[in-house]
Design a binder for this molecule. Sequence first.
Ligand SMILES: [Zn+2]
Length: 260
Amino acid sequence: MPAWLMHLLLLGSLCSRVFGAPLHSTHSTSDEETETDPELAAGYFEGDLEVEFGRNGLPKETQRWPNGSVPYKIDEAFDAAQAAHIELAMKLIELSSCIRFVRADEPQKNYVFVTTREKGCTSLVGYGPGRRLLQLTPHQPDKGCLRLGVLQHELLHTLGFHHQHNSPDRDDYVRIEEENIVAGHENAFRKRDDMLLDNYDQPYDYGSILHYGPFAFSKNGEPTIVALEPDKASLMGQRLRLSDTDINRLNTMYKCPNQQ
Ligand SMILES: [Zn+2]
């Protein structure tokens, strides 16, 4: 396929997201190492979710994929088009960093297993020994969990990043409206300890692909996250592309030689 056609197809895919329903990402469970993005699971959002960024990267080297190389296997439950779309999201991250996703050989013990789940999208955060699960509802490409922006959001969790709005300094930038949060999802909005996360010298970013949208896990249609800088409110929850700070954090965490 000629390069111009590839770019055109990619642009078309991205644009479908621009005009699609706003994304909203969501919560983490009590498991410190898991991030769940229940945009679909919660039942309050038909389309998708969003993300944010800030102080959200795991600081320990042992929680990063060695040499920025991420072996993976994709469950055969996904069809060829779905698997290709998941790999396209991986390629987009590779284009902005030194991260490399490589198909895991049979003897490989430590790898990401991209598999299916009934509702929502979720990923373990960071590297660890054994099989690390990234679970996606098997929507068609560009729908739900298989939107390129949502896939990149989940892959950033896999690489070691938490949500932006969980950063220790988030109260300087957003207000959490506790009374509007669906019962049981409060943990998705809690601040994380400064010791557990590193901002990699990047500012809080309303436009991070790891920031939730303003209505994530809303039980009543009212906002759960309010931007203290109103002109930045529309950035929250974007699921189009990695933001500049997303890219900078990723490159810094993995010590990429040619940082942006
Ligand atoms: Zn997430």
